[in-house]
Design a protein. Structure first.
Length: 255
C-alpha cells in the first residue's frame, strides 16, 4: 500500500516475469491525496425563527463540500455522536419536540470526507414545543384482571396548569383514581402552554375479571347419536385471547 503525501500523484502498472522481463505499462492514472481537513465553520448563529423552528446559519468554509450539524442537550458536544443533519447549504433548521436549552456545533467536510474540528458551540433556549404528556399505571391495549390506578405527568416550561384535562370514557377523571369496574376504557390527557401549543395523549385499556364462557350446541352430554352431528361452540369474553378445540384429543373445527 502506498501512502503518499498530499498532492497529485500519477500511477502506472506493469508486470515482471521470473526472468525479470517487464511488460508494457498501463495507461497512467492520476489521483489526489488529501489528508488535510477544512477549517471549522465560523460565524455560527442559532435562533428560533418565526416558524417556531431552530435556525442555524454559518459562513461558507473554503474547500467544504458539505456540512454536518450536531445537537445536544448538554454542553461539550462530542463528534462521536450522530449529526442530526448533513447539508450542502450554509444553514439548517429543525422543529424540536420538547422545550429546553439546546447546544449546536457545525463541522465542514471536503470532497474526500475529511471533517473539520467543530465550530464554536452555540446554544438556544427553545420554548415552542407542545407539552410532553406521560401516562403510567396502564398500558395502551392491555387488559387487567383487577383495578388499576392511572397517573400522568405533563411537562412544559410554559405550562398553563388550568389547561390540563383528564377524561375517562368522556367523563372527568381524577389523577390516580382506581378504575375497578369491568369494561373497556379510553383515557385522554390534554394540555397546552401559555403560547397555545396543544398536546393530547390517548390510550385504551380494559378491566376483565371474568373468565371466558363456553357454550356447546348440537350435541348433549351422555347421548348416543346414530347419524352425523354438527357441533357448534361459542366462546364469549370481554377480550378474547386464544381459543382451541379438541375432539378426542385431536384438533377440531366446530361445525
Amino acid at each position: 500500500m502506498d501512502t503518499p503525501g498530499d498532492g497529485t500523484h500519477t500511477y502506472a502498472v506493469s508486470a515482471i516475469d521470473a526472468a525479470g522481463n517487464e511488460g508494457s505499462r498501463t495507461i497512467a492514472a492520476s489521483v489526489v491525496a488529501d489528508s488535510s481537513s477544512p477549517q471549522p465553520p465560523v460565524d455560527v448563529a442559532v435562533s428560533v425563527d418565526a416558524l417556531e423552528q431552530v435556525f442555524i446559519i454559518w459562513s461558507p468554509t473554503q474547500e467544504a463540500l458539505t456540512y454536518r450539524v450536531y445537537r445536544s442537550t448538554a454542553q461539550g458536544i462530542q463528534l462521536s455522536t450522530i449529526p442530526f443533519l448533513e447539508t450542502t447549504e450554509t444553514f439548517a433548521s429543525e422543529r424540536l419536540t420538547s422545550d429546553g436549552t439546546y447546544y449546536y456545533v457545525v463541522t465542514a467536510l471536503d470532497a474526500v470526507g475529511n471533517e473539520s474540528a467543530p465550530s464554536v458551540e452555540n446554544s438556544v433556549f427553545y420554548d415552542k414545543a407542545a407539552p410532553g404528556i406521560t401516562i403510567s399505571g396502564v398500558e395502551d391495549g392491555k387488559a387487567y384482571p383487577s383495578a388499576v390506578s392511572p397517573v400522568y405527568t405533563v411537562v412544559d416550561t410554559n405550562l398553563n396548569p388550568a389547561s390540563i384535562a383528564a377524561l375517562l370514557n368522556g367523563a372527568p377523571f381524577n389523577y390516580g383514581t382506581p378504575v375497578m369496574g369491568e369494561g373497556e376504557y379510553t383515557l385522554t390527557i390534554s394540555a397546552s402552554d401559555t403560547g397555545n401549543h396543544n398536546a393530547s395523549k390517548t390510550l385504551g385499556f380494559a378491566i376483565d375479571k371474568t373468565s371466558p364462557t363456553i357454550a356447546i350446541s348440537g350435541v348433549s352430554g351422555g347421548m348416543i347419536y346414530h347419524s352425523p352431528v354438527s357441533i357448534q361452540v361459542t366462546c364469549s369474553d370481554l377480550r378474547p385471547y386464544s381459543t382451541s378445540y379438541l375432539l378426542n384429543g385431536e384438533t377440531y373445527t366446530p361445525g
